[in-house]
Design a protein around this ligand. Structure first.
Ligand SMILES: *Cc1c(COP(=O)(O)O)cnc(C)c1O
Length: 220
């Protein structure tokens, strides 16, 4: 199947998952994860109307996206990988949404650079390490309440939601439910959860953004 056909199938499945969950069509945004794929693979998705894309590395996004953004108006670029504090300035110049705010030092660095910058702040999501995996980024669930409050009250960051990546070897649903519960407690409207293998489950549990890579672009 081509990128165009796979994208159409993912869109169809998202629409069906919305119907099944009793949610309005269009209440879920598809972030097409284009990491590792070159422009020639991304162009068919752009031609099919896809405008939200996810990348996990600042350097890779910087190499690929300025030219694509120039050629295809309306692109919204999402950073879904860990952000080093020394890359914050570059990230602010590239990304419209950052899904991976996950530690106090990054909140501080973001606040400082946003204040200095003449661009509007990117939209910000806090990554929660719902599985408490040591190798994975994200704030621990027990520290999430205090971190969300500090981002808002101390750093004055306009946090709009949460993101998680469940452990690969566990059912994803309990992790999605935990993320939704923390978001609700804090009045956060955006939930970035669900990837190629589990985005329908995530939609059933309230995802507003699903991040789908291989189901659209093929295996990496
Ligand atoms: C790569 C990646 C995805 C997409 O994964 P697929 O399984 O290919 O859909 C989603 N979210 C994050 C954070 C990723 O790094």
């Amino acid at each position: 199947m081509s990128v165009t056909e796979r994208l159409a199938e993912v869109r169809e499945r998202i629409a069906r998952a919305c119907r099944d969950a009793g949610r309005p069509a269009g209440s879920v945004e598809l972030v097409a994860v284009s990491k590792t794929f070159e422009a020639e693979h991304i162009t068919p998705a752009l031609a099919a109307g896809q405008r939200l894309f996810g990348e996990n590395r600042v350097q890779e996004a910087k190499a690929k996206w300025p030219a694509l953004k120039e050629a295809w108006p309306g692109v919204e670029l999402h950073l879904i990988g860990p952000l080093q504090t020394n890359k914050v300035r570059e990230a602010l110049g590239l990304f419209d949404v950052i899904h991976t705010l996950d530690r106090p030092s990054l909140a501080e660095a973001l606040a400082k650079e946003i204040a200095k910058s003449d661009r509007p702040s990117p939209r910000l999501l806090i990554q929660v390490n719902t599985g408490e995996e040591p190798q994975k980024a994200g704030i621990a669930p027990l520290e999430a309440d205090a971190f969300i409050d500090a981002c808002r009250d101390v750093h004055k960051l306009a946090v709009e939601g949460l993101m998680c990546i469940p452990p690969a070897d566990e059912p994803a649903a309990p992790h999605f439910a935990l993320l939704a519960k923390i978001a609700k407690k804090h009045g956060l409207a955006t939930l970035s959860m669900g990837m190629s293998g589990d985005y329908e489950t995530a939609i059933a549990l309230g995802a507003t953004h699903v991040r789908v890579g291989s189901a659209i672009f093929g295996t990496r």
